[in-house]
Design a protein around this ligand. Structure first.
Ligand code: FAD
Length: 501
């Protein structure tokens, strides 16, 4: 196919890549360049889902096209000394201010055209998608053509540009890799825009996302949950499941801390679950595996129900605790929307979210789980703790996503997705949680004697932590930064490089 396989999708900082160049001397939002006008900053430009970082920009740009962005860049880059930085903002679901730009410009990519062109003309089908489109919009449009991307995030109200700045993972990633492994081509505007002006202006800010599965809105998914009282059995069964990609389409899992966490995790799972163990006054925890089999994959083969029976029979869950339900493909992918609605109704959506996401190599999972559980008091913890395996060979070494090196190729994502209720946890309490996370991450990720883990979605504590995070790929990252953002003004919210004045 004509599209070449990609790309130096290098994350966050440099990768803020898509749209812009550097910015100089913005004295006030009334500075107008060419036909592109900057707007007064909105409160949302200084906010994100994490709710723990807030840096106000000087101005906001709502581009109607990539040409608007290019014009902004051209005007800004002509000044001698760069003074302000530029951050792209998609849906603003960052956790630590990654889409913010203190005294700089926030470019709201949701303003860009969000058309989704699905192309299925004989070669590998793909979707040509604007970077500001949300995955829910991509899904809806693709389903009209009977197709769908293969790799997802659990939550679909994130933008394509936002998740590709990180990786983009869910229960399909063991099979298809993260979203960044499913990009055929990116078109970007970089910080060298002013140097190579004509080609730069020709660029669009579009992604081409690989789509390889046929599927329609009528298709269904058989969604299964099995329960465990042993962490080892839980992970062994997860690894068994990811070794059967020809049968299984999705594998995740979570810690069942107590009755409340069992109830919260059941909101989107429309089956009656009769699992009510003795939580032994908060000391004993359980585990739940979630896997799914797509009906449409089984055409001409075994029906999904039969596959589920076959697969379940090989698992060592606490019998009889296997529960399964058939849901539409769209509802399955959109399942976290119900959890969002539930949290909103309880006033727990627009609150601080001190989250921790860590990729842990297989050999370190027991130890990391023990360290993590030492920081958690069941009864006081609100939110899911996800744990599921990923295969490192599905990750391209050519991106800036960093995963642990692990001889057996298996790593686990631990996602500690806590919502804090301001009535019970004030800002000092949130800071205590974040400090616990910093200590835990230091212990798990430090060079020498650590577990060899790597944080995901994090803003590292300092440039030295970033260096340790990138490890042997640091030099390449720095070289790309110098090549594509020589003025060091893109993606300031990542905090990878010190600000230069
Ligand atoms: P923003 O927060 O707006 O931006 C994130 C970063 O991307 C910033 O650095 C920004 O500058 C950059 N960026 C945004 N758009 C562009 C663009 N067009 N060009 C260049 N750079 C750009 N992650 C997973 O992998 N799997 C999950 O299942 C998952 N579930 C989540 C559920 C919830 C409820 C939340 C809040 C987050 C979840 N995440 C998950 C994390 C999420 O993928 C990242 O935080 C992602 O960056 C958010 O996308 P966004 O559109 O909100 O980006």
């Amino acid at each position: 196919m004509a599209l070449s396989r990609v790309l130096h999708l290098y994350a966050a900082s440099v990768a803020a890549l898509l749209l812009f160049s550097w910015v100089n001397f913005i004295q006030s939002p009334s500075d107008v360049f060419g036909p592109v006008a900057l707007l007064e900053p909105t409160p949302s430009a200084a906010r994100d889902f994490g709710g723990v970082a807030s840096d106000a920009p000087l101005a906001v740009l709502r581009p109607r096209s990539a040409a608007d962005v290019a014009q902004l860049l051209t005007a800004l880059s002509s000044a001698a000394t760069p003074r302000a930085a530029v951050a792209a903002r998609g849906a603003g679901h960052s956790l630590h201010g990654q889409a913010q730009a203190r005294d700089g410009i926030v470019v709201e990519t949701r303003a860009l055209p969000r058309a989704v062109d699905v192309v299925a003309d004989g070669g590998v089908p793909y979707a040509d998608v604007g970077g500001g489109a949300m995955w829910a919009e991509v899904l809806e449009e693709c389903l009209k053509a009977g197709l769908a991307p293969v790799s997802w995030t659990d939550y679909l109200y994130l933008t394509v540009g936002g998740t590709l700045s990180n990786g983009g993972i869910s229960g399909q990633a063991f099979k298809h890799g993260p979203q960044i492994s499913n990009v055929l081509q990116l078109e970007v505007v970089t910080g060298t825009c002013s140097i190579f002006l004509p080609p730069c202006l020709a660029l669009k800010s579009y992604f081409f996302v690989a789509i390889v599965e046929e599927e329609s809105s009528e298709d269904t998914v058989r969604w299964v949950r099995t329960f465990y009282d042993s962490f080892r059995t839980f992970t062994e069964d997860q690894e068994l499941l990811v070794s059967m990609p020809e049968l299984v389409d999705y594998v995740e899992g979570f810690v069942v801390l107590d009755k409340q966490s069992l109830h919260s995790s059941s909101i989107s799972f429309p089956a009656e679950v009769n699992f009510s163990p003795d939580f032994d006054s908060g000391r004993k925890v359980y585990y739940c595996i979630e896997f799914a089999v797509h009906d449409f994959q089984q055409q001409g083969g075994s029906p999904a129900d039969h596959v589920v029976e076959l697969v379940s029979a090989r698992l060592s869950y606490l019998r009889p605790h296997v529960y399964s339900v058939e849901v539409s493909y769209f509802d399955f992918l959109n399942r976290v929307r119900m959890e969002e609605e539930s949290l909103r109704s309880r006033g727990l959506w627009d609150v601080p979210h001190p989250w921790l996401n860590v990729f842990v190599p297989k050999h370190g999972v027991e130890r990391f789980k023990d360290l993590l559980m030492d920081t958690i008091s069941p009864g006081e913890f609100e939110g899911p703790i996800l744990v599921y395996p990923l295969l490192t060979d599905r990750w391209s070494g050519n991106t800036s996503a960093v995963v642990p090196s692990t001889p057996d190729g298996v790593m686990y994502i631990f996602s500690v997705l806590r919502s804090t209720d301001p009535a019970r946890c004030d800002s000092a309490c949130v800071e205590v949680i974040m400090e616990q996370h910093r200590r835990l991450a230091d212990e798990a990720c430090r060079d020498g004697g650590g577990i060899g883990a790597k944080q995901y979605l994090a803003r590292q504590q300092s440039p030295a932590h970033w260096l340790e995070h990138f490890g042997s790929s640091w030099d390449r990252f720095v070289a790309r930064k110098a090549q594509f953002d020589p003025m060091h003004v893109l993606g300031p919210g990542q905090g990878i490089f010190p600000k230069t004045d």
